[in-house]
Every structure is written in structure tokens, then in C-alpha cells.
Design a protein around this ligand. Structure first.
Ligand SMILES: N[C@@H](CCC(=O)N[C@@H](CS)C(=O)NCC(=O)O)C(=O)O
Length: 246
């Protein structure tokens, strides 16, 4: 099984954590989507990561990939049992992917980390301040009212909804913003419990190989922390503007 996408993407991180939790072997092609080649456009028509390739099956979108993995490898589930809980899990995952993703990735991580280095764009500090001072606090207040006081959203199991929530907030943390325990004590403690899960903690080990390593050294750096890096890549040397930037 091959996963295409940089492990720093929250959507890729969610899938890698699920693969670790389910103990599924995988290879990684750790490309940043902006550097995908023409073949990548064929695989991923929105030029987004992650993409899962399992034999002749190609699956796009982390939510669809997570459901595929849960159906194909059900021994360690990431969706709870029963229609009501599954609906709740799917909604929290959707909220995290869409709203937290928008705020943490497009509102923070992209302008502060990706845009200056990949596209040589200067961050719009006013727009960033709106995200950190107003929009993220509103989203976090909503989560604080729903965060579990102990364990995870559905008891002891680490669900896709727990992982989906933690992943974009990790990118916010990389970009310098974390939900403080004074205002969001339940969220902060819940995120710490997720971060302590080995399936998720492993993904943190992968970060320096991308964030602190020049492109030519990333493959070796990932292999040094136990990642099986794919022999061939869907990456190229020239970045292309995102659909979001057009
Ligand atoms: N709904 C998609 C979102 C994936 C996504 O937006 N990934 C980002 C990386 S964090 C991406 O590939 N962005 C490139 C672009 O939008 O051009 C999923 O859950 O997989």
C-alpha cells in the first residue's frame, strides 16, 4: 500500500496514524502537493494529498481513505459502533477537516510556513491575527463544550474524529498557535492524550525530516525514523500554484 503525501499535512497525518493504529504496512511518497507531477494530477484531480494506492485501487480524500481502511481492515476500528455514534464521529471529522483545516492550514500554516518558502509570498499579518485572535478561539470554544473529560470522544477507542481534530491543530502549533489550557482546559488535556498515543506520536517523529531537512536529504531522514519511502515519486522540482490560490 502506498500513501502519497507529506506527513506534515494534517490529512496525511490522520491516515498515517490510522495505518499505525491498525498495524498496516505502507510505503510513503512524501510529496508536497504543489510539487506533484502530471501523473499526480491524473491520480488526484484536485492536486491534493493524501492519495492511497492499494494495487490497482486509487482512493482520494482522507475521509474516504479512512473509511476504506476501516472497512478493509476492521480489526482495530476507528469509527465507533452504531449509527448514532458513527454519525457524530463523521460530523466531528468533517468539522475538523473543513473548519479547523481552513483556519489552521489556509489561515496559518500556509501563509506562515508554506507561502514564504515555496511561493516567496509575504504573510498577511492582519489576516493571520484575525484567525488567531477571533476565528480559532470561536472554533475552540465550540470544541471545548464537546471535548471528552477523560479518554476520547467515544470512550477508550481512539477514533478518526479524535485524530482528525488533533491533526490540523498540530499544524497550528507548528505555525506558533496552541489552545491554551487556561481557556480551553478540556481540549488541551484531550489533545495531550491523543499526542501520547503511539500511533499519533510516531507521526510527530517524522516532522523534522520534512520541516528541518533540505529536500535532497528528506528521503534518508525519513528512512532514519523508520519510514519505508517509495522507490519512485510523483514529485517534481517546480512548484505549481494551488487551485485555492488561482
Ligand atoms: N478533503 C481533503 C483535503 C486534502 C487537502 O486539502 N490537502 C492539502 C494538503 S494539507 C492539499 O493537498 N492542498 C493542495 C491544494 O489544495 O492545492 C482530504 O481530506 O484529503
Amino acid at each position: 500500500m502506498l500513501i502519497v503525501g507529506s506527513p506534515v499535512s494534517p490529512y496525511v497525518r490522520k491516515i498515517l496514524a490510522i495505518l499505525h493504529l491498525k498495524n498496516i504496512d505502507y510505503e510513503l511518497d512524501p510529496i508536497t502537493p504543489f510539487y506533484g507531477n502530471d501523473e499526480f494530477s491524473e491520480l488526484s484531480p484536485l492536486r491534493r494529498i493524501p492519495v492511497l494506492i492499494d494495487g490497482d485501487l486509487v482512493v482520494n480524500d482522507s475521509t474516504v481513505i479512512a473509511e476504506y481502511l476501516d472497512e478493509a481492515y476492521p480489526e482495530v476500528p476507528v469509527l465507533p459502533k452504531g449509527a448514532r455514534q458513527r454519525a457524530q464521529a463523521r460530523w466531528i471529522e468533517e468539522y475538523a477537516d473543513s473548519r479547523l483545516g481552513d483556519l489552521c492550514i489556509w489561515g496559518l500554516f500556509f501563509p506562515k510556513i508554506v507561502a514564504p518558502f515555496v511561493f516567496r509570498r509575504t504573510p498577511d499579518e492582519e489576516a493571520i491575527a484575525k484567525v488567531t485572535d477571533t476565528e480559532l478561539p470561536i472554533a475552540l470554544d465550540w470544541l471545548e463544550a464537546r471535548a471528552p473529560a477523560k479518554g476520547f470522544l467515544f470512550g477508550d477507542m481512539v477514533s478518526v474524529a479524535d485524530l482528525a481534530t488533533a491533526c490540523p491543530l498540530r499544524n497550528a502549533a507548528i505555525a506558533g498557535w496552541t489552545p491554551g489550557p487556561a481557556r480551553w482546559p478540556k481540549v488541551a488535556a484531550w489533545l495531550a492524550r491523543i499526542a501520547a498515543q503511539p500511533c499519533y506520536a510516531r507521526t510527530i517523529d517524522f516532522e523534522p525530516a520534512i520541516l528541518a531537512t533540505r529536500p535532497e536529504g528528506r528521503r534518508a531522514a525519513l528512512e532514519a525514523v523508520g519510514v519505508k519511502v517509495a522507490e519512485t515519486s510523483f514529485g517534481t522540482d517546480d512548484p505549481r500554484a494551488s487551485i485555492m490560490l488561482r
